[in-house]
Design a protein around this ligand. Structure first.
Ligand code: UDP
Ligand code: MG
Length: 308
């Protein structure tokens, strides 16, 4: 039996892109010795993407879809796609044509050579805004310094997973998903290949600054507890400094120039106030994660689907 490849595509308001992508995938697989299906995960689109996908599914037997009840985010959509995918391997890619489909045959070839994970690294390119490039680089340097896993700069959610890895990833119970980290963390035989990102076919980026910040914090707090240690060390160092300061305060008091200490008191209060808030914030972040996790809510809710 020829092997089956599932292509998972999370889409959020991409109604002008899905038809082209679906067509491109059909052309790509027409010349490849595999069976395939495309799984569109509509992440609560409000622009009628769901209608377009439903129509696509009606005329093309390779197209499957899941529609969320609301926007749950890119990572949740990826999870849903992996949960539903039945391929011998699963390829995930964006719905806006930024991930070049020409790479699919290359990924499949590496898979045949025995790699369980073929991930991709985005080359720096003028198709990417300066802002996106710098924030992305800063994020990966920080993540790699803080956590035990190493994720190469430019890592994308364009990757091939063998069935065994899909099974592993499907069973993760985390409510804060960060696939780039999870896949790397899970081990197996992995290979990274580079690609040049294309321009978005139509529409604008769905990753707003707020979503990007959230994604970055999720990534870091999912793979590292080092910020908590940093909080402890910082707290320790400054308590020690404060302790050393006390003899000086007492000395000044005995010498009778108390008022002259006003400036330093204000400075210290302001400084320690800031420190405390920061440390509380870090602790709160982890506590919040624990809270969300303890509720065991589903990661996404499916409203409609043509997958039985
Ligand atoms: N996406 C999604 N849910 C979201 C945000 C984005 O499913 O809440 C999808 C989006 O439709 C696209 C992919 O995730 O297929 C990557 O998003 P986008 O192209 O907007 O990000 P960028 O390429 O600018 O990083
Ligand atoms: Mg994009």
């Amino acid at each position: 039996m020829t092997k089956l490849v599932s292509v998972v595509v999370p889409v959020y308001n991409e109604k002008d892109n899905v038809v082209l992508l679906s067509q491109t995938l059909r052309d790509t697989f027409a010349v490849l010795p595999y069976r395939y299906n495309t799984i569109f995960v509509d992440d609560g689109s409000t622009d009628g993407t769901a209608d377009v996908i439903r129509r696509l599914a009606a005329e093309n037997k390779h197209v499957r879809y899941i529609s969320f009840s609301r926007n749950f985010g890119h990572q949740a959509a990826l999870k849903a796609g992996l949960d539903m995918a039945d391929g011998d391997c699963v390829i995930s890619m964006d719905g806006d044509m930024q991930h070049p489909p020409e790479l699919i045959p290359v990924m499949l070839q590496k898979w045949e050579e025995g790699y369980d994970v073929v991930y991709t690294l985005r080359r720096e390119d003028e198709n990417l805004s300066y802002f996106k490039r710098t924030t992305s680089n800063a994020f990966y340097s920080m993540l790699n310094r803080l956590s035990d896993i190493t994720i190469e700069k430019g890592a994308a959610d364009f990757r091939l997973l063998n069935r065994n890895v899909v099974e592993v990833v499907r069973n993760f119970q985390e409510s804060d998903l960060f696939f780039r980290g999870l896949v790397k963390w899970s081990g197996f035989k992995q290979l990274g290949i580079e690609y040049d990102p294309a321009k978005r076919n139509s529409g604008v980026s769905k990753y707003t600054f707020k979503k990007m910040m959230r994604f970055a914090l999720q990534g870091i707090t999912s793979f590292s507890t080092k910020p908590l240690y940093a909080a402890i060390y910082l707290g320790f160092v400054f308590s020690l400094l404060a302790l050393l300061y006390i003899p000086y305060v007492l000395y000044s008091y005995w010498m009778g120039h108390v008022i002259s200490g006003w400036a330093s008191i204000i400075v210290t209060i302001a400084f320690f106030g800031g420190m405390q808030l920061m440390i509380l914030g870090i602790i709160g972040l982890y506590l919040g994660k624990l809270f969300m996790q303890s509720k065991k809510r589903p990661i996404y809710i499916v409203k409609e689907s043509n997958i039985s």
